[in-house]
Ligand binder design. Structure first.
Ligand code: ZN
Length: 295
């Protein structure tokens, strides 16, 4: 659940370029609807800014097909490829992680409102969200009548960092630790926005998908904690977790699973005061063989 800063592209210039580099009959079809599309773009921005409604303008099948083909050309036509490349590069600051899950690499562009229902936004940069292929599949191609029906967070318009939505807690079981995540609803989150957040988290199965990577991250940092404890005791272990939480908050936002995980680690007295040793392998000095985990 990460926000993105828009590319700042000129949507009308992108459209003009797409038209001028098309061949007939697509070129003629696009020229015929250019004015309609230019009118639709600001309406999309207004609708997303207040999470309101925006109805499809009702293009014909040939017009929709022409726009769908133009979207495919973002991948294949040399003059349009830089548009796709720039949109995918928006996640570079996140280490190229998908803004929806924060787990996998963002390698595809998802149409926030599907191009099947809203072909007018097929190549509109605000409607193209870089994400991973799994999230793209989970989101699916449900047909929407209005923008309001699309119950997903819009990464360009919905800034979520003001709210701590993803909470983690470290729990103990069988002498070691594991992490549990939950979605929280802090005060001040509007109803419709929270409905979108909840729907997205469920649809992309976020809470289940982050458990594996979070377990690996927990075990990895736990092993470093042995060194931190040796140099500064429990306080240094807590400090190392807080630093990691701050780093991920700055790099990927309040609601990235790593931010929540490190905060939970810093708050677990049992983990920071020696519990981390349950992840540290112990070796038999004579045979160099692994004999156990823990102190
Ligand atoms: Zn994803």
């Amino acid at each position: 659940m990460l926000s993105l800063v828009s590319s700042g592209r000129d949507a009308v210039a992108d459209l003009s370029l797409a038209i001028s580099t098309s061949s007939d009959p697509v070129k003629g079809i696009l020229q015929g609807i250019k004015g309609l599309l230019e009118d639709a773009y600001p309406k999309y921005i207004a609708a997303m800014n207040d999470v309101g409604t925006c109805c499809a303008i009702g293009l014909s099948v040939p017009q929709a097909d022409a726009l769908e083909g133009t979207y495919e050309a973002l991948r294949t036509r040399a003059s349009l490829k830089p548009i796709r490349d720039e949109l995918l590069s928006l996640v570079d600051r996140l280490g190229s992680y998908c803004p929806l899950c924060g787990i996998e690499q963002a390698s595809t562009l998802d149409h926030y409102v599907p191009k099947s229902a809203f072909p007018e936004f097929a190549i509109f940069h605000f409607n193209l969200i870089p994400c991973c292929s799994r999230c793209n599949q989970f989101k699916g191609k449900t047909s929407y009548g209005t923008v309001e029906d699309n119950l997903f967070i819009h990464p360009y318009f919905h800034a979520l960092d003001a709210y701590e939505l993803l909470k983690a807690v470290l729990l103990q079981r069988s002498g070691t630790f594991y992490v549990e995540f939950r979605l929280d609803r802090p005060e001040g989150v509007p109803d419709l926005l929270f409905e979108k957040i909840e729907n997205q988290v469920n649809r992309i199965r976020l809470l289940q998908r982050i458990l594996g990577p979070a377990g690996t991250e927990l075990a990895s940092h736990a092993q470093n904690c042995e060194l931190f404890a040796a140099s500064g005791g429990t306080a240094m272990v807590v400090e190392s977790c807080i630093r990691q939480a701050d780093y991920w908050k700055g790099a990927a936002g309040t609601n990235h699973w790593r931010t929540a995980l490190y905060k939970a680690m810093s708050l677990s007295e049992d983990f920071c005061s020696g519990g981390f040793l349950s992840f540290v392998p112990k070796y038999d000095a004579d045979s160099n063989g692994l004999i156990s985990y823990g102190s």
